[in-house]
Write a protein that binds this ligand. Structure first.
Ligand code: PHE
Ligand code: ZN
Length: 868
């Protein structure tokens, strides 16, 4: 509820109501059929809807249809004038004692004024929809909850010259010409679906067409719809789509079910992409790529997101969520599926490292901060705020742990049972776990705590070795920290992939096995350990926890060189870096030699592949370093990291120079080629940290000779940090070269906002007034505001000026697009983690946002929880 203390003037707004999971009730009325007739026009669209409704169970409650910023022009029941009222935005219709009825409504909406990008809106001349979670109610009156499934029939009409292409879910069943230059099309989707999966698109679009033959021999027509000039950039998305379709058949036995699969790219989109049945709509950044405009990371993200949305056809569309508290049912599972797909398509080790890096950078801080929530939340004010790293990425880790605990075969039996049992239904996370449990025979009762308890578990591990008895004993203990609303936690099920390695020989002393820690503490005995052992624990990050291992000196160095598990090896190297970084941040004298030696050995190793080296040599960023300190002084963290980078760059100058000189052809997207470019970028950064003028010269040369965006962007990122004429020259050149190319100009904004320079805040202010800047485009807003807020040293600089700037962005963006504005709040919400005077200044800006009249419930929820 609204808190009077935060804004004494404003009465508690009736919108700011908390919704509880425990209050779930099945729908009073079902809607087996929806028929829409939509006369499309950006300035005035008329939506006529006909709902076939059926009473669900014995009750005498009226039909309640959700609306949002729409008013009914007409309402009829079975063709006659209806008895209706409005309760806020909800249309309440008295159906008397009828068991079923046909309810027709008519509304008018203005897509071109829809800056929230929810419902029907205009993006660069295209009309498109976004309905998840609650956007359908901005198009027409409807129960708009995921447990109400309907078969949809949609008739669209529009001006033929401006909107020659008309698309909706399912198949086109009829089309024709209308009056005054209009045309129309009628689409029918045979699969019952919730309203959040409804979609339509109208625009002047061109298609990259292809086809896929499914495992049962059905031919599916595929099309990726973009503006004509973007067609040359759709090849990678199409290849990714076909690979994903094949992979889902092979790994999960899931076949596509319609004759048509359409993807549309739009420039204005709140999130990454949307899995509407048969008509996925994408943020163009996850579709368009070529060598000249996209980095390796962009190519990988496109493959991952295309696969993610495609996989939702089964994990989301065919089997959907009962209510929004179950969001991770589809998102956690689908992220796990897309992660596995990407691992299979490229380097599995690198993919796992990247996924864990993201989890630690985004989900761990969320889980230890004011916005922490369980994978299955108990309550929310605005569901749009719950499309979080916890729901998505921790949710994926929970699925991955089930896979680890039961093994690949039993896991597959479980998913087969899940899809078969719940096909066409809206279900819960518990339904999923029930199916997995039943098919595998593994008891998952305690495991379910992963869905209800928030907070990252902490594990301490200590290995004892009795030389005489040749016996090693591993002592383990766990604790889950308190999180908002959850003071006391129960012990969880933590599967730890563990092995013992000979300190001197490097031999495997105890083969890898899964140790499941499910008590507050326990000890595990290993026999026949006839050599001093090294503990290799939580291999592959089998449990998403913080693991504290008591280590003797020299152990990490040995593990970094001998562990057979690439992830564990990466971890050992990272832990060596952290040891130096944290000592530096605490103001202690730092011995850089062990880190330098380990990084040098990794660089020179003939046994390790380039892709792995490129990942393993990345020095952790300032924000994750801060996460390992009790309280953060951003200046101290920055200086410590700079010092390590300088020391490594100076000591390994020759090795770094050698790898920086190795190039890979831009068109080559193999893991080796990507690794080569990654390693080059890492080396360039370290060289520049030790010797700025040499770094600038090398970066300029790399920039000028680059035949791909990965090398060019890496060079520019290094130059952006430096002084000297090369910087401005390259930034200007980049702008001129890519002017008008929206996705690349986003990079130009964020590279400057990410620069670690004393004048970066000034630059952000200048860029905010740049003619190419607009807060209406979420990508552009994130490229500037999101980027500088993710640049810790800069964000925390200027005696609170960075905080003020972010708060100004939030307040201004909230009036345009609350969902996107709310996602800018978390960096300020971490205020409790910082020393004074930082903490107080961050808090003050949160309070200023909270006191702004007319705040959306999106921003209200994030800010009030951050202050609580
Ligand atoms: N369901 C989308 C996905 O994860 C994300 C999304 C949510 C997109 C809400 C738009 C709006 O694939
Ligand atoms: Zn998803």
């Amino acid at each position: 509820m609204a808190d009077a203390r935060i804004n004494p003037e404003a009465p508690p707004s009736p919108e700011h109501v908390t919704i509880w999971r425990k209050d779930y009730r099945p729908p009073d009325w079902l809607v087996p059929e929806v028929s829409l007739d939509i006369a499309l026009d950006p300035a005035s669209t008329r939506v006529r809807s006909s709902l076939k409704v059926e009473r669900n169970g014995a009750h005498d409650r009226p039909l309640r249809l959700a609306g949002d910023e729409i008013r009914p022009l007409t309402v009829t029941v079975d063709g006659a004038e209806a008895r209706w009222t409005l309760d806020g935005d909800t249309l309440v219709i008295d159906l008397g004692g009828a068991e079923h009825a046909v309810v027709e409504t008519e509304v008018e909406i203005v897509p071109q004024d829809n800056s929230k990008l929810m419902g029907l809106y205009a993006s660069g001349g295209i009309l498109c929809t976004q309905c998840e979670s609650e956007g359908f109610r901005r198009i027409t009156f409807h129960p708009d909850r995921p447990d109400v499934l309907s078969v949809y029939r949609v008739r669209m009409s529009a001006n033929k010259a401006r909107f020659p292409i008309l698309l909706a879910n399912g198949n086109e069943i009829a089309k024709g010409e209308g009056d005054d230059g209009t045309h129309w099309a009628e689409w029918h989707d045979p699969f019952p679906k919730p309203s959040y999966l409804f979609a339509l698109v109208a625009g002047d679009l061109a298609a990259n067409r292809d086809s896929f033959t499914t495992m049962s021999g059905r031919k599916v027509d595929l099309a990726i719809w973009v503006r004509e000039r973007d067609l040359p950039r759709t090849g990678h998305a199409m290849e990714s789509l076909k690979a994903a379709m094949k992979w889902d058949e092979k790994v999960y036995g899931r076949e596509y079910d319609l004759d048509l699969f359409n993807i549309v790219a739009v420039d204005d989109f709140n999130f990454g992409a949307m899995e509407n049945k048969g008509l996925n709509i994408f943020n163009s950044r996850y579709v368009l790529a070529d060598q000249d405009s996209a980095t390796d990371a962009d190519f990988d993200a496109i493959a991952g997101v295309v696969a993610h949305e495609y996989f939702h056809n089964w994990s989301g569309d065919r089997v959907t969520c009962r209510d929004w508290f179950q969001l991770s049912l589809k998102e956690g599972f689908t992220v796990f599926r897309d992660q596995s797909f990407s691992a299979d398509m490229g380097s599995a080790a690198v993919k796992r490292i990247e996924d864990v890096r993201l989890l630690r950078a985004v989900q761990f801080p969320e889980d230890s901060g004011p916005l922490a929530h369980p994978v299955r939340p108990e309550s929310f004010i605005e569901i749009a705020n719950f499309y979080t790293a916890t729901i998505y990425n921790k949710g994926a880790e929970v699925i991955r742990m089930m896979h680890t605990l039961m093994g690949a075969e039993a896991f597959r039996r479980g998913t087969d049972l899940y899809f078969e049992r719940f096909d066409g239904q809206a279900v819960t996370c518990d339904d999923f776990v029930d199916a997995m449990e039943e098919a595998s025979g593994v008891d998952l009762s305690q495991f379910r705590l992963w869905y209800s308890q928030a907070g990252t578990p902490h594990v301490t591990a200590r290995l004892e070795h009795d030389t005489g008895a040749a016996r090693a004993t591993l002592h383990l203990a766990q604790a889950v920290p308190a999180t908002p609303g959850q003071a006391d936690k129960q012990p969880m099920v933590l599967p730890l992939r563990t092995a013992l390695i000979g300190t001197d020989s490097g031999r495997e002393l105890a083969a890898e096995r899964v140790i499941t820690l499910n008590e507050p503490s326990m000890s595990v005995v290993f026999e026949n350990v006839d050599e001093a052992p090294l503990l290799s624990i939580n291999r592959g990050f089998s449990t998403p926890a913080v693991i504290d291992v008591a280590r003797k000196s020299g152990e990490l160095e040995r593990l970094a060189q001998t562990d057979a598990d690439p992830f564990a090896r990466f971890e050992a190297l990272q832990d060596l870096m952290y040891r130096a970084l944290l000592a530096g941040a605490r103001g202690e004298t730092v011995d850089y030699d062990p880190v330098v030696a380990a990084m040098g050995a990794t660089l020179r190793s003939n046994a390790l592949d380039t892709a792995f080296k490129g990942e393993a040599l990345i020095i952790p960023g300032e924000s994750v370093i801060g996460d390992r300190l009790p309280l953060v002084d951003p200046q101290a963290v920055h200086e410590s990291r700079d010092a390590l980078r300088g020391a490594v760059g100076a000591s390994l100058a020759d090795d770094l120079t050698a790898v920086q000189a190795i190039t890979a052809s831009g068109g080559d997207l193999s893991p080796e080629a990507k690794g080569t470019r990654r390693l080059r970028a890492v080396a360039l950064g370290l060289i520049a940290a030790a010797d700025p003028s040499r770094g600038a010269a090398l970066a300029k040369a790399q920039y000028d000779s680059a035949d791909n965006m990965t090398d060019r962007q890496a060079a520019l990122a290094t130059l952006a940090n430096l002084k000297g004429p090369e910087r401005a020259e390259a930034l200007d050149d980049f702008y001129r070269r890519h002017r008008g190319d929206t996705l690349v100009i986003d990079k130009w904004f964020s590279l400057q906002a990410m620069a670690g320079r004393p004048d970066t805040l000034d630059q952000v202010e200048t860029l905010r007034r740049h003619p190419d800047f607009t807060m209406k485009n979420p990508n552009r807003l994130r490229a500037l505001a999101g980027a500088f807020a993710a640049n810790p040293w800069v964000f925390h600089s200027g005696e609170g000026r960075g905080y003020r700037m972010l708060a100004d962005f939030v307040i201004a963006a909230d009036a345009i697009n609350p969902q996107v504005a709310a996602r800018l709040v978390p960096p300020l919400g971490r205020w409790r983690r910082f020393v004074e005077p930082y903490a107080g200044r961050m808090r003050a800006e949160l309070e200023r946002i909270a006191g702004t009249p007319g705040l959306s419930k999106d921003v209200f929820e994030q800010v009030s929880k951050s202050l609580a």
